[in-house]
Design a protein around this ligand. Structure first.
Ligand SMILES: *Cc1c(COP(=O)(O)O)cnc(C)c1O
Length: 489
């Protein structure tokens, strides 16, 4: 290895010497001051121990190259080994920073799909750490000593909380819809209202998922109005099931009609067909009791006669990314036997988190404290106003004169497609360049994004808006403000 390295360094420096000879006279003296690759490596055992020989020697060569070029340009550089080692250390630390890391979500969208949707409660995080760190009874029945079912850890809880007979879970709700249709409707027809052929999150489109699941979509009704008779006319001997999609991310206003779940269930059952409802968000409790807009619960859907309901784990439920399928036992058994189920099944860490979150739902009175998403969504405007007043001064002081900070009312969104029309009153800090200027606004937003815990707001009409709804801890912002001035000066 050392032999190879010195060869590389020799060829490297001779290359540079040639380049230089063309343009200007090399400053041989300052070149000689630079330590050699081998020398630097020998003096950096602690760097090699931490990052490995390969990474450190690449960094050493890169850094020496850079210094040589700087010398060539006549720049003053510190060629002492210790100084170069300090540069190397910084460079290696930076290169090894995790790519996926926490951010401060001040966008005003609480369950932001691009920012990872729901944050897990500590109980769930502990369960994930335990499941990840140690062997577990994932598929082992401790009572009988025999092989167990990985879903045994969550199925009874889902049933208890939704009133369903049986349940299963997969990687996300898109997978749940795919699996249900592939199991129950392969090569057969599924009528869906034209008003429900939605696209969610840019990549999940009901018609496309239906096609990939191997069933044939039969569009019924019109975009704004679909009647029971439209479904009735679409049913034939090749119909596999009826499906209703909860159009969680948009709403048609005006002259509209949709068929209620109970009516559709009655029609399906009259023809011995199952009714599948893709509920999307899938909350387990009535949100109006928490002062939030009403959204149908999974129990409501089961109660109104749905044979299967699919919903996400990381939207309003507040758990890990998952897709839960709850409903009639016989249908769930069929779904579990589909070979695709194995490809879409949940990982042990997700199961651990999901079980812990579902357990918290057994105490509905403490949900708002226990589920982070619900806690954020129910923070009062008074609390947010007080927080805004606390932060206004320090934020203004940390910014150059060219920016002014103002307190403003606003509206937060629940996010992840849930109830887009229903916004929640909130309090924001508006930061504006004193002289209107796109470039300085962009620079400001970028400086916040480059903080150690990147701060993400939203830019609207020449203003950088920080919605305080998801800022539970002032310090997360305040402690970083001194670094902001440096970035903007
Ligand atoms: C969000 C949503 C989906 C997709 O769920 P993911 O968990 O994001 O895969 C499907 N259907 C509806 C109605 C949704 O709201």
């Amino acid at each position: 290895m050392p032999v190879g390295l010195s060869v590389a360094s020799v060829s490297c420096s001779s290359h540079h010497t040639q380049m230089k000879n063309i343009k200007q006279t090399p400053d041989n003296d300052s070149y000689r001051q630079l330590p050699g690759v081998d020398n630097l490596l020998r003096q950096s055992p602690e760097l090699i121990k931490r990052w490995g020989h390969e990474q450190v020697s690449a960094a050493v060569r890169g850094e020496l190259d850079r210094l040589r070029q700087a010398l060539q340009k006549g720049e003053v550089v510190d060629t002492k080994t210790d100084a170069i080692k300090a540069l190397l250390q910084d460079k290696l630390v930076k290169a090894n920073e995790p790519s996926l890391r926490p951010v401060l979500n001040l966008t005003g969208t609480v369950l932001h799909t691009n920012l990872g949707r729901a944050c897990l409660p500590p109980e769930a995080v502990e369960a994930v750490v335990a499941a990840a760190s140690f062997p577990s009874n994932l598929e082992f029945d401790l009572a009988s000593g025999k092989r167990g079912d990985r879903e045994s850890h969550i199925e009874a809880l889902v049933c208890e909380l939704t009133g369903a007979e049986a349940a299963t879970a997969v990687n996300n709700n898109a997978a749940a819809v795919l699996l249900v249709l592939n199991t129950l409707a392969l090569s057969r027809e599924v009528p869906v209202s034209r008003g429900e052929l939605v696209e969610i999150g840019g990549s999940f489109r009901i018609p496309e998922v239906m096609q990939r699941s191997g069933c044939t979509l039969v569009e019924v009704g019109a975009t704004n109005r679909t009647h029971l008779k439209d479904y009735r006319a679409a049913i034939n001997s090749n119909t596999a099931l009826l499906m209703k999609v909860h159009t969680s991310n948009y709403r048609i206003e005006g002259f509209t009609t949709a068929v209620a779940e109970a009516e559709l269930a009655a029609l399906a059952h009259e023809h011995k067909l199952p009714l599948v409802i893709d509920l999307g968000s899938g909350n387990l409790v009535d949100f109006s009791a928490l002062g939030l807009p009403h959204e149908p619960t999974v129990a409501d859907a089961i109660e109104s006669g749905a044979d299967l309901v699919t919903f996400s784990g990381d939207k309003l439920l507040g758990g890990p990314q998952a897709g839960i399928i709850a409903g009639r036992r016989e249908l769930i058994e069929q779904i579990k036997k589909n070979p695709l189920k194995r490809a879409l099944r949940l990982d042990k860490m997700t199961l651990a988190a999901l079980e812990a979150v579902l357990r918290l739902y057994r105490n509905p009175d403490a949900l708002v404290q226990n589920i982070p998403g619900l806690r954020l969504l129910t923070r009062s405007v008074e609390a947010l106003s007080e927080q805004a007043v606390r932060l206004l001064g320090p934020l203004q002081n940390a910014l150059p004169q060219a920016y002014t900070v103002k307190l403003a009312e606003g509206f937060s969104q629940i996010g992840s497609g849930a109830m887009p029309e229903e916004t929640i009153s909130t309090v924001c800090l508006h930061i504006k360049p004193t002289i209107e200027n796109d470039a300085s606004l962009r620079r400001l937003a970028q400086a916040f994004r480059e903080l150690p815990l990147p701060v993400l707001g939203r830019v609207n009409n020449g203003v950088l808006i920080f919605d305080l709804r998801c800022l539970e801890n002032d310090k997360a912002l305040l402690n970083q403000l001194p670094q902001l001035g440096v970035a903007l000066s």
